[in-house]
Design a protein around this ligand. Structure first.
Ligand SMILES: [Zn+2]
Length: 324
């Protein structure tokens, strides 16, 4: 007769856990990250993601989302990093207003801002974004990113998580009347991404800056056009607002100061890496001999700075080849 001995049962259990993803089970046992909406205008709130890399423990809650309770409905800015997070945001909104969510404006199509979009779409909200996102949406990069995220962010991003294109693609800056409220939508890309949008809500004196501004932490510059990014920050500085809600980090009540930090960081990257690229100094050497002390104390420095410097080095090489 075959009997399952204790060690065997243990082994079987371990094997099962490995198959179903022990990490996923652990992640599900963790408390959900705090998502208390913070009010930044008479009818405007946002929820703040953690200053961390996306992980099963934080459910990919590493970016912000905002919402405006307009006369006829709720307009959401960005879709968060997983469907579970989006469902929680829907709940949080329902605790504030019984009005339906009518629109979602996407500041840009980076994974941590869009994996929750399907939840809003299912609720009947119209998704609005800038049309240059279509190239990324249809790219192998986006598909591969999603495949990788299904493993790295399991069980929060899984086989049912999919990319959601906009229902309404914008070409240029425009003012939209949504749910009875005016939204000034500024095309500020290509900066952080080709499709960057910033959303100004004049009646609320709030600006949603997307990833053009990171407050209190270093940004991921990625393949950004940092020259254009600096120009766009200058444009955003012209809006008369009381609060800026960035894509990551706390809302800023000193938008000028925070945007200037962003601009200084990008400028410093361009100056130091630009000189190294021009003098044909290899990247490693240039990186090692650059003084980073101004930015070193900022959160995300150790995750982001080296990659930011490297991407800027490549960009500056390219720009000098183009004779810019
Ligand atoms: Zn982001």
């Amino acid at each position: 007769m075959f009997r399952i001995t204790a060690p065997l049962a243990h082994r079987v259990m371990r094997h099962l856990l490995a198959c179903t993803g022990a990490l996923s089970l652990l992640a599900m046992a963790q408390p959900a990250p705090d998502m208390t909406p913070k009010q930044v205008g008479p009818n405007t709130w946002y929820v703040q993601g953690q200053a961390a890399l996306g992980s099963p423990a934080n459910q990919n809650f590493i970016s912000n989302a905002g919402f405006v309770v307009a006369p006829q409905g709720v307009v959401v800015i960005d879709g968060l990093g997983s469907p579970a997070l989006a469902r929680r945001l829907v709940q949080k909104i329902a605790e504030i207003t019984p009005k339906p969510i009518t629109h979602v404006i996407v500041t840009h199509y980076h994974a941590d801002h869009i994996y929750g979009l399907q939840v809003f779409k299912e609720l009947g909200a119209q998704i609005i974004a800038q049309q240059d996102a279509r190239e990324y949406l249809n790219s192998d990069t986006a598909a591969q990113r999603l495949v990788a995220s299904r493993t790295e962010l399991a069980p929060w991003v899984d086989e049912n998580t999919h990319l959601v294109p906009a229902d309404r693609w914008l070409t240029d800056s425009t003012t939209l009347e949504l749910a009875g409220e005016s939204f000034v939508v500024e095309r500020v890309g290509p900066s952080h991404t080709p499709e960057d949008l910033a959303i100004h809500v004049p009646a609320e004196r709030v600006l949603f800056a997307g990833d053009l501004m990171f407050a209190g932490r270093l940004p991921f510059v990625g393949k950004a056009d940092s020259g254009q990014w600096i120009t766009s920050l200058d444009r955003l500085l012209r809006f008369d607002v009381a609060v800026v809600v960035p894509g990551h980090g706390a809302a800023s009540t000193e938008p000028r100061k925070d945007m200037v930090v962003m601009r200084d960081y990008l400028t410093y990257l361009r100056t130091t890496m630009g000189k190294a690229a021009k003098d044909l100094v290899p990247f490693e050497e240039a990186y090692g001999s650059t003084n980073w002390s101004t930015f070193e104390p900022m959160p995300m420095f150790r995750f982001a700075n080296r990659m930011n410097a490297y991407n800027t080095y490549l960009l500056m090489e390219e720009e000098s080849l183009r004779g810019r």
